[in-house]
Design a protein around this ligand. Structure first.
Ligand SMILES: C[S@@+](CC[C@H](N)C(=O)[O-])C[C@H]1O[C@@H](n2cnc3c(N)ncnc32)[C@H](O)[C@@H]1O
Length: 373
């Protein structure tokens, strides 16, 4: 069994996800806008679900074809081997989107697709009616410029849901984006790591998972675990292999926040993630940030003045934080903000900037990695 697998990701992270897949040893990795493709069998499918830090989900692409009419959509869908994966009792809801295409009505596409899959399964299973009482086989379609891609979702809940963050503060960062920021900072477990605006602790927790080389999906369920078409042992084997690759070490990861409630939540999240042995959280004002160690890396996501505070309050905060950091000349900083005046308030131009999206908010990751004079 060999599949074409597709990993949708946040815009701007395609290259990082492609690198991650290559590091996992996946074949034929190619990045497109908002998604990365690769080829692999059931073991690769399980490993990608368990190990990917920055991808949103793992989809199994059944087919691609052009369609600018409902007839073409119906025929193209019916021609695909759905029975190879969906059992007679499988549940198969349909969801998706259409962009820049003649088939613009998503509910109509959904209806046609469902009908076509049912027709296909009827002819293969010799049944007239499907109870849909069994395992979930979510069908995800995309139609872009009249090109249809039809996939089955192997992940179920998005991969950013690692299972450690049931409780969260108002403006929590998506886990996949936090992992990407840590990756861009090149922190791999060496030296000091700090997030002085840690909120629910997402960035320090992802840093700890990276330092330990722990697969983020080790303790969660994936939809394809319930699929009878896949060999059941692939999941335990992937889990065992991932555990064998873990590191142990003496890591120095700190998260702090002004809000005692956030710190409490962050501690509970770290416990659930199994990294409370390497991450410390404390209540502290980032405007009084100081460190005795000469070097370290700060990866952080302060308020932007959009959601949590007013713009001016954010500016005062950036000014105060910039002032405090003047004492830490050997420290590198990777800071995510949508505030257009961040650099001016902070008092220094970034060595490099990278566009990233935090949900719908267009942000810059301001990178300061050169030693200050
Ligand atoms: C955007 S949130 C961080 C969210 C976090 N990345 C997460 O995933 O939960 C910004 C955080 O900055 C904190 N904060 C605001 N002013 C602060 C200050 N002066 N010092 C430290 N933390 C502050 C807020 O309490 C809030 O938790």
């Amino acid at each position: 069994m060999e599949f074409k697998l597709c990993v949708p990701c946040l815009f701007g992270l395609e290259g990082l996800v492609a690198d991650e897949l290559r590091r996992l040893g996946m074949a034929d990795v190619t990045a497109e806008n908002g998604r990365v493709y690769f080829v692999g069998g059931p073991a690769a499918l399980a490993e990608a679900n368990l190990c990917l830090r920055k991808g949103e989900r793992v989809l199994l692409e059944l087919g691609r074809f052009p369609a600018d009419s409902f007839d073409a959509l119906f025929e193209g869908t019916r021609a695909l081997p759905w029975e190879a994966l969906i059992p007679a009792d499988g549940t198969f809801p349909v969801t998706g989107y259409s962009l820049n295409s003649k088939l613009a009505s998503v509910p109509d596409c959904q209806r046609i697709l469902k009908k076509a899959v049912v027709e296909r399964l009827k002819s293969r299973y010799g049944l007239q009616w499907f109870p849909e009482t069994g395992a979930q086989h979510q069908i995800r379609f995309s139609i872009m410029k009249d090109q249809v891609s039809l996939c089955l979702d192997t992940s179920g809940e998005g991969l950013h849901k690692r299972g450690y963050r049931p409780a969260h503060t108002a403006a929590s960062l998506r886990e996949t984006l936090a992992a990407a920021m840590v990756d861009l900072s090149r922190y791999r477990g060496m030296g000091e790591f700090c997030d002085p605006f840690c909120g629910s602790g997402t960035i320090p927790i992802e840093a700890a998972l990276i330092a330990k080389n722990r697969a983020p999906g080790l303790n969660r369920h994936f939809a394809a675990m319930d699929w009878p078409a896949l060999p059941p042992q692939i999941w335990a084997e992937a889990r065992e292999a991932a555990r064998a690759r873990e590191f142990t070490g003496d890591y120095r990861i700190l998260g702090s926040d002004l809000d005692p409630k956030a710190v409490e939540i962050a501690r509970a999240n770290a416990r659930r993630a199994g990294v409370d042995d390497v991450v410390r959280f404390e209540i502290a004002d980032a405007m009084a940030f100081s460190r005795s160690t000469e070097r370290g890396v700060i990866v952080t996501n302060p308020p932007y003045g959009e959601r949590l505070m007013e713009k001016q309050e954010a500016e005062t905060l950036y000014r105060g934080f910039g002032h405090a950091l003047q004492q830490c000349t050997g420290w590198q900083l990777y800071l995510l903000s949508s505030h257009t005046e961040f650099e001016r308030c902070f008092g220094r131009q970034a060595d490099k900037k990278r566009k990233l999206y935090n949900g719908m908010i267009k942000c810059d990751l301001f990178m300061y990695f050169k030693k200050q004079a």
